[in-house]
Design a binder for this molecule. Structure first.
Ligand SMILES: NC(=O)c1ccc[n+]([C@@H]2O[C@H](COP(=O)([O-])OP(=O)(O)OC[C@H]3O[C@@H](n4cnc5c(N)ncnc54)[C@H](O)[C@@H]3O)[C@@H](O)[C@H]2O)c1
Ligand SMILES: NC(=O)c1ccc[n+]([C@@H]2O[C@H](COP(=O)([O-])OP(=O)(O)OC[C@H]3O[C@@H](n4cnc5c(N)ncnc54)[C@H](O)[C@@H]3O)[C@@H](O)[C@H]2O)c1
Lengths: 204, 204
């Protein structure tokens, strides 16, 4: 079984391998991978061994194969239908972010409750009235709900998505959230990136 | 010296301690802190010891004091003047995000190059023409630049901010970035949160 620390690094492995692939690399050493992830080659080898990936001794890892395996473990080979609730600044930025579509996450619905937003189109998807959330989650087999409404409304929006059948919540609202045991939630906090920057600037 | 893994956890400690503070907790055990961060109490104690924080045996850590120390290490007690370049959907969402102001990061400038955006006001800050970036970075002692322009323009924007005197770059554009050794950069990739969600949904 894979440690939480390793699991949290997996998306970073995926990103580093995708970059390596774009650069045309066929093989990557644990030294080079470690440099790109800012961790030791020993930690790299430990991580990758823990999910059954063994490099070629003295050579490294085959980039395409390793990326495919990491992608598999992360579930990126699955096809996830996704809805964004709250098409304000952040919701619209996420809806427009092209890269998400490339990773098995397909934006299939947008919801809002402001009359002037409902009916508009963002990235080829029409914004629907929040009132239709249950009907549309079923109809479009939506499994992931992205919450980008103000904090005060986040829990209610989560409850509605979950009772409609959503199994994963990606929450951006700065609110403490409660979900049932069979639902996954990731609380996104942009603050962590900025405080990491602050740490490095203080300790330069 | 603190390991990279511990440094990366520091913002999460800060957030957990801030939540504990809001709940009115005076003391928090390593068990409880571990629960909130989803890591073992042993790892908690190891992390905190590595930057000189020793709990009260059998009791735990004093919340206010620990939060103050973590904040100090993260440099959040510093006052950082910040500018956002690219006031589109994502830039406007960041400019409006109230929580940033509470953490020593003060938004003092916004830049864009679209005539219809320049001169508008977001969260009490007026959007200036990109042409004035050098003058305004000096005038307002801006140390952190946030890049939320399309990928093709990101490096050029970074170069301009850096030559104007910015020492930290928080980049959201999906572009490979080059900065001098005396400048810090954090590349924000929203994809990692979503792929973590995907992992948990596949392995539920
Ligand atoms: N986590 C982070 O790092 C981060 C960063 C920036 C913003 N945010 C948060 O993201 C959220 C959105 O920010 P924003 O700047 O885009 O806000 P915004 O005001 O521009 O957009 C919010 C949208 O949600 C809609 N809405 C409100 N209540 C709703 C409901 N019950 N059902 C459906 N739609 C509803 C509104 O009509 C509006 O279009 C806020 O909670 C903000 O604090 C988080
Ligand atoms: N990293 C992530 O997780 C993530 C998530 C969403 C979006 N994004 C990225 O963030 C960026 C912004 O996304 P968006 O949806 O807000 O785009 P947008 O098109 O709504 O906004 C871009 C803004 O930048 C301005 N701009 C362009 N070139 C400029 C320049 N040289 N100088 C100053 N301003 C300039 C434009 O006028 C516009 O207002 C894109 O690169 C997008 O791919 C990243």
């Amino acid at each position: 079984s894979i440690s939480k620390a390793t699991i949290d690094r997996l998306p970073l492995y995926f990103r580093a391998l995708r970059n390596a692939q774009e650069e045309g690399l066929d093989i990557i050493s644990s030294d080079e991978l470690g440099r790109r992830l800012s961790i030791t080659p020993e930690q790299i080898r430990k991580d990758l061994t823990s999910f059954g990936q063994f490099g070629k001794k003295g050579v490294g890892y085959y980039v395409n194969e390793l990326k495919k395996n990491v992608s598999n473990i992360l579930g990126l080979d699955n096809h996830w239908n996704m809805a964004i609730v709250g098409v304000g600044h952040l919701g619209a930025a996420l809806a427009n972010y092209q890269n998400l579509g490339m990773l098995g996450f397909q934006l299939v619905a947008l919801f809002d409750r402001k009359p002037e937003v409902i009916g508009t189109t963002v990235n080829h998807v029409q914004v629907e009235d929040m009132e239709r959330v249950s009907e549309i989650v079923h109809e479009r087999n939506i499994k992931i709900g992205v919450i980008t409404v103000p904090a005060a409304f986040a829990q209610d929006v989560a409850d509605r998505l979950i009772s409609a059948g959503v199994k994963g919540i990606w929450n951006f609202a700065p609110a403490k959230m409660c979900v049932p045991d069979d639902v996954c939630i990731v609380n996104e906090d942009i603050f962590t990136g900025l405080s990491t920057l602050s740490y490095h600037m203080v300790h330069m």
